[in-house]
Design a protein around this ligand. Structure first.
Ligand code: SAM
Length: 221
């Protein structure tokens, strides 16, 4: 699976993508994360990618031209004439007013071949940029300074669902997001008087399983 991230700050993407699970997943060939600086595509002599809003108002607005050219160059324009493959692709704009990202959406995205994520900055996007995308997605009801963190949230949540990405497949089965979350403990047995429940030290796997199921029900009530 391939992720293309359009951003003005590709180093944010490189930095996070070159650590831990995403690093291993890329090395093993399960995923590929490419960051594209759409400033490289501006036709402005001063390298600007934003301008004042028509009609006045606060802040600067991202221009459509650099993003259009960037998508064209990476063969991701939705235009039929430029589409070269039958890949299952989705173009997503990160936007605080978009559809709320959740595990269900991550599962759907994990079935695709390619996800393209467009990160905003400043006051957001020229309205015509939305026409280049399939969907607007928000990672939560708060406003961040840019779309890079939201894009990486999506990349990581989706990548974890790709078979092979998590070394220990069991950790996906016991995923805490699901209804099966129960309390877990590790050493020491006693930390400043807070003790690990005795049942977990009993070695009785049947009873441990029952206890975990009971605790999961309490947690998710
Ligand atoms: N006034 C703008 C608006 O309401 O869209 C705020 C833009 S914000 C400062 C700059 C960019 O950060 C947005 O265009 C978007 O790409 C990204 N962003 C900020 N918060 C986000 C969120 N909760 N989910 C997804 N993207 C977000």
């Amino acid at each position: 699976m391939r992720f293309d991230i359009l951003t003005l700050f590709p180093d944010i993407v490189h930095s996070y993508g070159s650590e831990s699970i995403l690093k291993r997943a890329q090395k093993a060939g399960f995923i590929k994360i490419a960051a594209h600086n759409f400033r490289d595509y501006t036709k402005d002599k001063q390298w600007h990618v934003d301008d004042k809003p028509y009609g006045g108002g606060a802040g600067m607005v991202l221009q459509v031209q650099p993003i259009w050219d960037c998508l064209k160059n990476i063969k991701a324009l939705k235009n039929k004439k430029t589409k070269t493959s039958k890949q299952k692709t989705k173009i997503i704009i990160l936007d605080p007013a978009g559809k709320k990202f959740n595990q269900r959406m991550a599962e759907k995205l994990s079935k695709l071949d390619r996800v393209i994520l467009i990160c905003g900055r400043y006051e957001g996007f020229d309205e015509r940029i939305y026409k280049l995308a399939d969907e607007k997605v928000s990672v939560g009801d708060y406003v961040l300074s840019g779309g890079e963190l939201p894009a990486l949230v999506i990349v990581e949540a989706v990548s974890r669902l790709i078979p092979g990405v998590l070394g220990n497949e069991e950790s996906l089965l016991n995923e805490t997001f699901g209804k099966g979350k129960y309390p877990v403990y590790t050493r020491p047995e006693n930390f400043m008087g807070q003790k690990v429940p005795k049942i977990l030290l009993s070695g009785d796997h049947k009873k441990i399983k029952e206890w975990r199921q009971k605790m999961a029900k309490i947690i998710h009530k």
